[in-house]
Design a binder for this molecule. Structure first.
Ligand code: AMP
Length: 281
C-alpha cells in the first residue's frame, strides 16, 4: 500500500504527536523526491531502527542557487509513493512551500566553517537553504533520528553540526553511498544526463578511486590532482569544479591522508553537475 501523503504541518503534527504519546520512536528521511535506490537505502536504515518512518519530499527552493536547476529538477511524486509502498513507511510528508516558508518567513540557519569550500564555494546560499529546511523538518516531524546519505558528504557533516550546535533532539545518521554497478553514484539528477554522456559518467568515480590509491601510497595531492582533472576532461567532462582531500571529520584541507580522510569532487558532464566522495586509506 502506498503511504498516506500529508500536505500540512497540522496533519503531520497530529500523526507524530500520536506516535510520541504511544512512546514510539520516529525516523525521518528528508528528500527532494525523484526517489532512487539511494533514497530507499535510507528508508531501510530508518525502518530497521525506528518504530515510525516519515519520508519528506520537498524540492526546497532555498537550496537552489540556480533558477533553471530548480525548474528542471525532476518531480515524480506518484512514482515516489509507489516506490515507497513495499517499505512500510508510515507517512510521506510533501508540504506545499507555504507550510515551510509561510509569508513573512525571515529566519535562516547558518553553519560556518564547514560550509566554506567544496560545494559551499560553488553554490552560494546552498547550505543555508539546506540547514534551514532541515532544522524545520526535524522540528516539524519531532524525529528521533534523521537519515542522510554520505553521497552528499559535506551536507552530512554540516547537518550533523547544525543538530549538535542547536541541541536539536534529532540524531543525524549517515548511510553509505549507493552506486550503479559501473560505480556512478545514484542521484536524482542522473536522469538529466544526455544519453550520449551516460557512458562517460562513471569516469568520475573511477578517476577518484585511482587518485585515492595514489594518495594512500604516499603521493601528494597537488600533482596527481592535475592528472585526474585531465583524465576527466579526456573522458568528456566539461569542467572540474573541485577535487579535494579533506579530513573525514572536520573537513580540514589535507595534502596527504595523515588521518581519516575523504576525497571529494564535483564536475560537469553534459550540462549536469555530478558530485562524489570516497574514503582514502
Ligand atoms: P536528495 O533528494 O538529493 O536531496 O537526497 C536526499 C537524501 O538522499 C540525502 O541525504 C542524500 O545524501 C541521499 N542520497 C542521494 N543519493 C544517494 C546515494 N546514491 N546513496 C545514498 N544516499 C543518497
Amino acid at each position: 500500500m502506498t503511504p498516506p501523503i500529508l500536505r500540512t504541518k497540522a496533519a503531520l503534527r497530529d500523526a507524530v504527536l500520536g506516535w510520541k504519546r504511544a512512546g514510539e520512536t520516529i525516523g525521518v528521511v528528508p528528500t527532494m523526491g525523484a526517489l532512487h535506490a539511494g533514497h530507499l537505502s535510507l528508508v531501510e536504515a530508518a525502518k530497521a531502527d525506528c518504530d515510525r518512518v516519515i519520508v519528506t519530499i520537498f524540492v526546497n527552493p532555498k537550496q537552489f542557487n540556480n533558477a533553471s536547476d530548480l525548474e528542471n529538477y525532476p518531480r515524480t511524486e506518484e512514482a515516489d509513493a509507489e516506490k515507497l509502498a513495499p517499505f512500510g513507511v508510515d507517512a510521506i510528508y510533501a508540504p506545499g512551500p507555504g507550510e515551510i516558508y509561510p509569508e513573512g518567513f525571515a529566519t535562516a540557519v547558518t553553519v560556518t566553517g564547514l560550509t566554506d569550500g567544496l560545494c559551499g564555494s560553488h553554490r552560494p546560499g546552498h547550505f543555508d537553504g539546506v540547514t534551514t529546511v532541515c532544522a524545520k523538518l526535524f522540528l516539524q516531524t519531532l524525529a528521533d533520528r534523521a537519515y542522510f546519505g554520505e553521497k552528499d558528504y559535506q551536507q552530512l557533516q554540516v547537518v550533523t553540526r547544525m543538530a549538535r550546535d542547536l541541541d536539536l533532539l534529532t540524531e543525524v545518521i549517515g548511510c553509505p553511498t549507493v552506486r550503479e554497478p559501473d560505480g556512478l553514484a545514484l542521484s536524482s539528477r542522473n536522469v538529466l544526463l544526455p544519453p550520449e554522456t551516460r557512458a562517460a559518467a562513471p569516469a568520475l568515480n573511477r578517476v577518484m578511486r585511482q587518485l585515492a590509491e595514489r594518495l594512500a601510497e604516499g603521493e601528494s595531492l597537488g600533482p596527481v590532482r592535475f592528472q585526474a582533472e585531465a583524465a576527466l576532461r579526456e573522458a568528456g567532462f566539461s569542467e572540474v569544479e573541485y577535487i579535494e582531500l579533506r579530513s573525514a571529520d572536520g573537513l580540514e584541507t589535507l595534502e596527504h591522508p595523515t588521518r581519516p580522510a575523504r576525497l571529494l569532487a564535483a564536475a560537469w558532464l553534459g550540462g549536469v553537475r555530478l558530485i562524489d566522495n570516497i574514503a582514502v586509506g
